[in-house]
Ligand binder design. Structure first.
Ligand code: NAP
Ligand code: MG
Length: 516
């Protein structure tokens, strides 16, 4: 036990008083000083107006086009992580409910959806996309309430991208015969889809839109802590007159997901979640005829070279790890900085962190909302603890966290070794590990030294360096001079323990088709 080892906690620099004068020596008015040196504005609260989509006190399963009670008669609470209050209770689906849902999906596949022309399917998808678009603000409020993400992100990123996925795949539905030259694509049948809590609506759209465009029917299992928006999406399906049974939603816990994986009449499982559960699913499907795609964890390297534009890189770093409370599988959680620019990068990162606002997810000024669950907050804290125990220096932005709810201040570690747990394991929270390198070759080797391979980032002024690094980084997505940008037309997925199969683009369609 390393219990008695002193902890290194480095507090943030106090802004030197000399900085209160402008470069001409004239006093700078307080507001300008705050702006220039990254102190906090005292904003008045700016809460988003409540949603017109009313939260229900109880949510049922969506099977065969109807909301139905779970056969167990049991419900579990969905909590608002910003204040720990119960929002609603959610039906606990079991194997019998999965059986009903798969039956409904099979019936819809055999009699309606599997026989429908791509042109007709496309019309439904366009209708769903437009309905999501109309309700973006309302759905965003529910997403932030249930999951803790900031309203700015759910309203400006998650929901518009969810609509974009339906629009994009609606466009493909009648063109599948042209997508794979000289080959004949056919749907797979009934697909089971299991999604995590970090992008509830967006992950539902990533899964459902391509599957439906390709002519499959679906049974979707949302994450236990974030089921509410999926059930409002079910209402949108009903409003769009989507034939009953084409999409079924069975809420519940891990056992519900396992029942779906093991159901004999499923043709494909599409899973997004942790590498541990992904491995378990792969084992249980081995030797069956079921197809499988896995989108799993990541430990992305964000590489900043000496010739990079530092200010842009800082914004990219912030976007890469503090965005969505760090609950992003492709988060740039390992920052590699070239030795010559370590000091200015750390200084600016520290200043920028001071300006991030942590608090109420529904406040439009909030940059970092609530951690999705108590369990996740504890996981982050325990990894932070391991980083300190292993000897890295912890730097946390000084900020007051709300007394109630699950929050973590934005932070970073310096003095991190490649062998530390914080450099190897997915932290899934707003905590960055900073490491330094001498040559791009060294950065490349260390960036690839991880069991994961989902994403990476490169910051340099030289296009040739971008191409060199991007082609040798073993990651499914490499961003250059930007970070965490998504588009339905661009395939997303991992190497190594980050999974296999792609979502988005033509490659994402292929994962839902039998191509002869
Ligand atoms: P998780 O524990 O693996 O859960 C993901 C989903 O699987 C949830 O719906 C979960 O239900 C369900 N599940 C749990 N045990 C299961 C089992 N034995 N069989 C079938 N389903 C089961 O992951 P998480 O902690 O919720 O999500 C975070 C993870 O997702 C991170 O590792 C992150 O990197 C990864 N992720 C990857 C991507 C990507 O595209 N690569 C995108 C987003 C997230 P419950 O919620 O009820 O437990
Ligand atoms: Mg919740």
């Amino acid at each position: 036990m390393k219990k008695n080892k002193p902890r290194k906690i480095v507090s943030h620099d106090v802004i030197p008083s000399v900085m209160s004068a402008s470069s001409h020596g004239a006093p700078v008015p307080p507001a300008e000083r705050i702006l220039r040196f990254g102190d906090r504005w005292k904003y008045a609260p700016a809460p988003e107006a409540p949603s017109d989509l009313k939260l229900r006190s109880r949510y049922e399963l969506f099977i065969g086009g109807k909301f139905v009670k779970p056969s167990s008669g049991k419900y579990f609470p969905s909590i608002n992580p910003a204040n720990e209050q119960q929002l609603a209770e959610i039906a606990l689906g079991n194997a019998a409910d999965v059986e009903r849902a798969v039956k409904a999906a099979r019936h819809a596949y055999d009699h309606v959806w599997g026989k429908m022309s791509g042109r007709e399917r496309g019309k439904y998808l366009f209708r769903i996309a437009r309905l999501i678009q109309e309700k973006i603000r309302d759905l965003a409020v529910l997403e932030s309430l249930d999951g803790g993400k900031t309203i700015r992100e759910s309203r400006n990123i998650d929901l518009p991208l969810a609509a974009a996925h339906f629009f994009y795949h609606a466009g493909w539905a009648d063109k599948l015969d042209y997508a794979f030259a000289g080959r004949r694509p056919r749907p797979l049948g009934v697909v089971g889809q299991i999604i995590p809590w970090n992008f509830p609506m967006l992950m539902a759209a990533w899964k459902l839109a391509p599957a439906l465009a390709c002519g499959n029917t679906c049974v979707l299992k949302p994450a236990e802590t974030t089921s509410i928006t999926a059930l409002h999406l079910a209402e949108i399906f009903a409003e769009a007159d989507l034939p009953e049974g084409v999409v079924n939603i069975v809420t519940g816990a891990g056992d519900t997901g396992a029942a779906l994986v093991n159901h004999p009449d499923i043709d494909k499982i599409a899973f997004t979640g942790s590498t541990d559960v992904g491995k378990r699913i792969a084992k249980s499907l081995a030797g069956t005829r079921k197809k499988l795609t896995l989108e799993l964890g990541g430990k992305a390297a964000n590489i900043v070279c000496e010739d990079a534009p530092i200010d842009q890189a800082i914004e990219g770093i912030i976007q890469g790890i503090y965005f969505n409370q760090g609950h992003v599988c492709c988060a740039g959680s390992r920052l590699f900085v070239q030795e010559g620019i370590v000091e200015p990068v750390i200084r600016r990162l520290r200043n920028r962190l001071r300006s991030l606002r942590v608090g109420d997810p529904l406040d439009k000024n909030t940059d970092i909302g609530a951690i999705n669950s108590r369990e996740q907050l504890e996981r982050i804290r325990s990894l932070v603890e391991s980083g300190r125990e292993e000897g890295a220096e912890y730097h946390e932005a000084p900020c007051e966290l709300p007394a109630k709810g699950y929050y973590h201040a934005p932070a970073f570690f310096t003095g991190v070794a490649d062998s530390h747990r914080i450099a190897q394991e997915e932290i899934f929270g707003p905590v960055l590990s900073v490491m330094t390198f001498r040559t791009p070759e060294e950065a490349l080797e260390r960036a690839n030294n991880t069991p994961y391979g989902l994403s990476a980032g490169v910051w340099t002024d030289k296009g040739s360096k971008v191409f060199k690094l991007a082609t040798q980084l073993r990651a499914g997505v490499v961003w250059a001079e930007t970070y965490n940008k998504f588009d339905p037309a661009s395939p997303f997925g991992g190497y190594k323990e980050s999974g296999f199969g792609r979502e988005g683009g033509k490659q994402g369609l292929a994962a839902y088709l039998q191509i002869d």
